[in-house]
Structures are given as structure tokens and as C-alpha cells.
Design a protein around this ligand. Structure first.
Ligand SMILES: [Zn+2]
Ligand SMILES: [Zn+2]
Length: 392
């Protein structure tokens, strides 16, 4: 069989798989059938080790050359979103209110392409671990995988993942050394005072002033200048105060924020300034406060030499490659991997007219499945098969 017909077979099988995943989307943490579909395909690729149920419904397939060398981990996410799809393709979501509108179906299918390429030809040395990760959208999957005892067996020397990028030309590779995506997390603050007659507020403890000051603090702490390294956004997303009872001064309330920054350090500073101010306000006003952090995404911190490997592999695959001047404002839980292991997240253009991620009419472009798989395969080999003096 010629190389061209092999490629077209692979493109066809990846497209089929991608559409199959797209038609049966599952929410974060519920990826049971998605995992079963991927597992069946992976088994046909005869990996040397296969781990299931990693961090929930995650899968890791390990392809071992049998010769010593570095281990490279390639990761794809596999969960869908609680949004109704408005497209009209034959492979549209069959699950009402749930759809693959971030392209994780495509990321998983592309990674399956790497499994098929490794099944045909292992690397010359080292190992390649393919991770199909659950629950990316809620920011909990990466941590669950990293905390899973099965993951301890992998010990990657380099980690890579890609996200498709609507708005960029189809198949264009997008890289950036340093921060690639923002650190993001949300904060819930609940305040408890004491209700009283609205005519006699001096006899109660109303959290209204505290909430007003916290909303102003959010504004004061924000520096919405993405070109600056100290970029920070504290966005109020929800607030509540008292009841619709007009003779009563409010006795409780809550306020929720989503925080974004380019670095973990800025994020830590935002955290401590918000919480110390909260403590001071509560002390002054005699309020009790409870707070919770949720949906945390660590900043993706791309290592410069990992980014150089991506650019080199893209050039060798004949893919155009651009450097992004500033990070993306969205969060990606692959950030947690880059906080622990050297590596990088990069983008692959999904087409300039493609609807934005999480839009109801978004659909992953099948045309980039094979290029993405080939790029990832080449990238893996550039780590495992090339002696790298910089590697520690
Ligand atoms: Zn998403
Ligand atoms: Zn995504």
C-alpha cells in the first residue's frame, strides 16, 4: 500500500471516530461511553501497557520502544459541554443539551491517530504515553489524573497537548514560550450578618456595605491589559443580598468572582489581597464569612525548548507556525501538567471562519485530524529519538 493511500485511510478512520464521539457527547466526569469507544480503538493498536479508569474515565496507552530513553506524554481531553448544539450535520449530538463545542472530540481522534502511527512504527528509543483525559472543562480532570496512582508509573520527561483555535487559518500551528493560557479560578464568598427591621439598621448586621466594597475591590485589583505581564481580571459573576422583604434589612448575602492572570504568582497575590481585605471588612462589620475556591485552572507555562521542538516539527510537516504575542485569556487544565513537567500546550488553527469555541454551531474541522496526528507523532519522536543535551 502506498504512503498516500495509508494517509487517506488514516484520515478516513479518524474522521469516522471523531464524528462518532461528536454524536455521543458526555459531560465532564461522565465520559463512560466515550472511554469505551476509545478503549476499543486503542486495544486494536496493541499498546505495551493500557491503563483504564485513570482520574475517572481517563485512559493511558503506553508505547514502549524497548530501548532506554525519554518518556514523552501527549494528552487529549475528551469531555463535552452542557450547551445545545445548533448545527445540522449528520453527526450532530444525539444527547439533548450536551455537545462537543470545544473540539475535544477532535483532540481525542487526533491522539488516536498517534496511537495508530505508533502501532505501525514505535519510536527508536524511549516511550510514548498517550493520555485521554476526562473533565477538562471543569478544571478537575488534570488534577485527578495526576493524583491517580496509575499515573505515577509514567514519569514523563516532556508533556505536550494542543487545542484547536477558531479564528486561525486551518492547520496553522500557534506557539508561545512562557504563559500560553491564563490562570483562572472562581471564588465564592458567603457573608452572614444579622437581619433586623429596615427602620432600625443599627440593630442588625447588613452585609450590603461589605458586598459593595468587595465589588469595588474587584475593579481596583483588575488590570485588564493583556499585553502586560501583570494582567489581572477579577470579574464579578454573581451577587445576592437579603430577601424581597421590604421591612427587613438584609442579614446575609454572597458574591462570586472569576479571577484571571497570566502567572500563578499574580494569581497568588490576587488571592491574598482579596482574602485579607475580606477578613478586615468582616472584622469591622461583625460579619461571618465563608469562602470557597472552585474550577481552578493553572496557567499553562510553556517551556522555551519544548516550544522550539513544536516549531521544528511543524516546519518538518510543512505546517505554517506563528508565535502568539500574548497568552489566551481562557483557562486550560493542561496548565497543571506544565506546572509539574517541562512541556508546552500549543494551538492548531481551526479555520478563520470557524465559530468560536463553546458557540452552539461550532464543529471541529476534520481536515486537521491527520496533520495534528502526524505533528504530534513527529514531536514525540523528536523527544524520544534525538539525544538532547538540554534534557535533565
Ligand atoms: Zn472548552
Ligand atoms: Zn477545550
Amino acid at each position: 500500500m502506498s504512503a498516500e493511500s495509508l494517509s487517506s485511510d488514516l484520515q478516513q478512520s479518524l474522521t469516522l471516530l471523531r464524528r462518532q464521539l461528536h454524536a455521543a457527547p458526555e459531560l465532564s466526569g461522565c465520559e463512560q461511553h466515550t472511554a469505551a469507544t476509545l478503549l476499543a480503538e486503542l486495544q486494536a493498536c496493541s499498546p505495551d501497557r493500557l491503563f483504564t479508569g485513570v482520574g475517572g474515565h481517563g485512559l493511558i496507552a503506553l508505547f514502549d520502544s524497548g530501548r532506554p530513553g525519554p518518556t514523552v506524554l501527549l494528552r487529549a481531553d475528551m469531555d463535552a459541554l452542557p450547551i445545545s448544539e445548533s448545527g445540522s450535520q449528520a453527526h450532530c449530538s444525539r444527547h439533548p443539551g450536551v455537545a462537543h463545542l470545544c473540539g475535544h472530540d477532535g483532540h481525542s481522534a487526533a491522539l488516536m491517530g498517534v496511537a495508530k502511527l505508533l502501532s505501525a512504527a514505535r519510536t527508536a528509543s524511549g516511550q510514548v504515553a498517550l493520555l485521554f483525559q476526562p473533565a477538562e472543562e471543569t478544571g478537575s480532570g488534570a488534577r485527578a489524573v495526576l493524583d491517580d496512582p496509575a499515573f505515577a508509573a509514567i514519569r514523563p520527561d516532556r508533556v505536550f497537548a494542543f487545542h484547536n483555535l477558531p479564528g486561525y487559518p486551518l492547520g496553522q500551528v500557534v506557539v508561545r514560550a512562557g504563559s500560553f493560557t491564563a490562570a483562572v479560578q472562581s471564588l465564592i464568598i458567603e457573608l452572614e450578618g444579622c437581619p433586623t427591621h429596615a427602620a432600625e439598621p443599627e440593630h442588625g448586621r447588613n452585609p450590603a456595605q461589605a458586598i459593595a466594597e468587595l465589588l469595588q475591590l474587584a475593579q481596583a485589583l483588575s488590570c485588564n491589559h493583556p499585553e502586560r505581564p501583570d494582567f489581572a481580571l477579577v470579574t464579578p459573576v454573581y451577587a445576592h443580598l437579603g430577601e424581597r422583604a421590604y421591612g427587613t434589612a438584609a442579614g446575609e448575602g454572597e458574591v462570586h468572582f472569576t479571577l484571571r492572570s497570566w502567572t500563578q504568582q499574580t494569581m497568588s497575590e490576587l488571592e491574598s489581597r482579596l482574602l485579607s481585605q475580606l477578613a478586615a471588612i468582616c472584622e469591622r462589620d461583625g460579619l461571618k464569612a465563608r469562602h470557597r475556591w472552585i474550577e481552578a485552572f493553572a496557567a499553562c507555562d510553556n517551556q522555551a525548548d519544548a516550544v522550539a521542538l513544536i516549531s521544528k516539527a511543524a516546519a518538518e510537516e510543512g505546517m505554517s507556525c506563528v508565535t502568539r504575542p500574548m497568552p489566551f485569556k481562557w483557562g486550560e487544565d493542561f496548565g497543571l501538567f506544565t506546572q509539574r513537567f517541562p512541556g508546552a500546550l500549543f494551538g492548531i488553527g481551526a479555520g478563520e471562519t470557524q465559530p468560536a469555541l463553546h458557540n452552539s454551531d461550532y464543529d471541529f474541522p476534520d481536515a486537521i485530524l491527520l496533520p495534528a496526528a502526524r505533528l504530534l507523532y513527529r514531536l514525540a519522536r523528536s523527544v524520544t529519538d534525538t539525544p538532547n543535551p538540554n534534557m535533565d
